[in-house]
Design a binder for this molecule. Structure first.
Ligand SMILES: *Cc1c(COP(=O)(O)O)cnc(C)c1O
Ligand code: SF4
Length: 326
């Protein structure tokens, strides 16, 4: 049976032209950009679209989801596996890159498709923990006593049903050497109704310490529904962190990022990482010269209290941690 968030998800925009009509931007109907959706399909929730400014073709939320013909221009520096994910696969859907932490690709599904996504070319069909691969993945964790943290990722792990998540968490909970459960998700931002009482209960009724890492890139992504969803986690004393991707045209200025940090804090979330763009094929139009990124970060450092300054990092394949920059 569909719950209300699943029904809401099913109402998402799946054609750019419908979103543009909703935003009263019919004049930028450019049929040629539809070609970009053949490589990576279009998807955005109505909730997220309502936070976009009408009639603004440069709206920072719109630019994150609007297909662009520049996605079709290949460049040697922009690859299908930019951060070496596939070399870190230890069983289907299991990524073990960093000491003590194992990341599970629980699904390929997301509620919105971010055009800059570093996993936009990820082979989910062969590298995902469907019900069939679940036991093998859990066995890998059971056998490796160095694993103290399991990260649920994807896609978006909160695209799974509450029942499936509860079962997965229960099984991870039963592995004695695992102490922390981390969820990397954009759903509290793009589909806040996903934060159900059952979900919060799953994360609090386990002996594992839960950390929810959300993904927001701009203060305009927050509205009352998002605040309420985050409050539900906060009331349950679940640690909330945020990751941001530095994106040309979206948030490439210190003032925007300072406002984001302040908005996060008002919602009980601490800024964690500010990522330089991972060079995934088709994302080059979001890339920013390193010097510009460093100048933005320096300006942020001069304005923000230390606890609201995210770590500026770049992921390099084969490195033992995300590399600090600046
Ligand atoms: C980013 C990442 C993690 C988590 O790294 P932290 O620095 O602990 O946030 C773990 N596994 C993989 C494969 C990752 O890409
Ligand atoms: S929500 Fe995350 S995984 Fe999904 S498309 Fe956006 S960046 Fe990629």
């Amino acid at each position: 049976m569909n719950t209300s968030w699943q029904a809401e998800l099913a109402e998402s925009f799946t054609r750019p032209t419908d979103l543009l009509a909703f935003l009263e931007l019919d004049e930028i109907h450019r049929p040629e950009f539809l070609a970009a959706t053949e490589r990576f399909s279009f998807r955005v929730t109505r909730s997220y679209a309502r936070r976009m400014n009408k009639r603004d073709p440069y709206d920072p939320l719109l630019l994150q989801v609007l297909p662009d013909t520049r996605e079709l221009i290949d460049h040697p520096d922009f690859a299908s596996d930019p951060v070496g994910d596939l070399k870190a696969v230890t069983a289907p859907g299991v990524l073990h890159k960093y000491r003590g932490r194992v990341l599970l690709i629980t699904t390929g599904a997301c509620a919105i498709h971010c055009r800059y996504c570093f996993r936009r070319n990820f082979p989910y069909d062969t590298n995902m923990i469907g019900k069939r691969q679940e036991q093998d993945a859990l066995d890998v964790i059971r056998r490796d006593r160095s694993v103290s943290e399991v990260i649920l990722s994807g896609g978006d792990p909160l695209a799974l049903s509450d029942e499936r998540l509860a079962r997965l968490v229960e099984q991870i909970d039963a592995i004695p050497h695992v102490r922390r459960l981390r969820i990397h998700t954009r759903l509290p931002i793009v589909l806040p109704s996903r934060v159900t009482t059952e979900l919060v209960a799953t994360l609090t009724e386990t002996r594992l310490k839960s950390v929810v890492v959300i993904h927001a890139n701009h203060a305009n992504e927050f509205d009352r529904d998002v605040s309420e969803a985050l409050t539900a986690f906060q009331k349950a004393r679940i640690c909330l962190l945020n990751q941001t991707v530095l994106l040309k045209g979206v948030n490439d200025n210190a003032e925007i990022l300072v406002r984001l940090s302040e908005t996060l804090f008002e919602n009980g979330v601490l800024p964690y990482y500010l990522h330089l763009l991972d060079k995934a094929r088709g994302t080059r139009h979001f890339d920013l010269p390193l010097d510009d990124a460093l100048a933005i970060y320096q300006a942020m450092r001069e304005i923000l209290p230390g606890y609201l300054l995210p770590k500026l990092v770049r992921e390099e394949a084969g490195r033992p941690y995300k590399m600090p920059v600046g």
